[in-house]
Design a protein around this ligand. Structure first.
Ligand SMILES: [Zn+2]
Ligand SMILES: [Zn+2]
Length: 139
């Protein structure tokens, strides 16, 4: 697929381009994602080899666990990436993409840990923790 997509943080210091088809968007409701973003995470995923990141010096990484780290812009604070330490893939926040994103939502994970002030009623599959196909930081 010759499908390229671009995105950036709010201030534009960090920009990225992805090549090829992207995974469906997964919503993660775990407490780490909720605390970092202020709500919950909506992320697609790419192979490391299929993304170019510009302005990496503006990108800060926070290791919220021993298993993964979270990338954000040190100037504007935008949450951009989630990276498992041992996988060759990178999760990219759906909201950071320029439109048209070509993305569509796929499922909810860690709904057992979701915030208590909102409902999930979009009819997509919900998983109490992770799914067999999606590796995440906490089980
Ligand atoms: Zn920024
Ligand atoms: Zn999460």
């Amino acid at each position: 697929m010759g499908e390229n997509h671009t995105g950036s943080c709010l201030c534009g210091a960090v920009r990225f381009t992805t090549r090829g088809a992207l995974r469906g968007v997964v919503y993660c409701h775990c407490s780490q994602c909720r605390k970092q973003t202020g709500h919950f995470v909506a992320a697609t995923s790419s192979r490391d080899a299929d993304i170019d990141i510009e302005g990496a010096d503006a990108l800060a990484w926070y290791g919220a666990s021993d298993i993964a780290k979270r990338g954000f812009c040190r100037s504007c604070g935008s949450v951009l990436f989630w990276k498992h330490n041992e996988l060759d893939t990178i999760s990219i926040m759906a909201g950071s993409f320029d439109k048209p994103t070509g993305l569509s939502a796929e499922s909810h994970i860690f709904v057992g840990d979701k915030g208590d002030y909102y409902a999930i009623d979009d009819g997509l599959p919900q998983f109490d923790k992770s799914t067999p196909s999606i590796k995440v930081a906490i089980e």
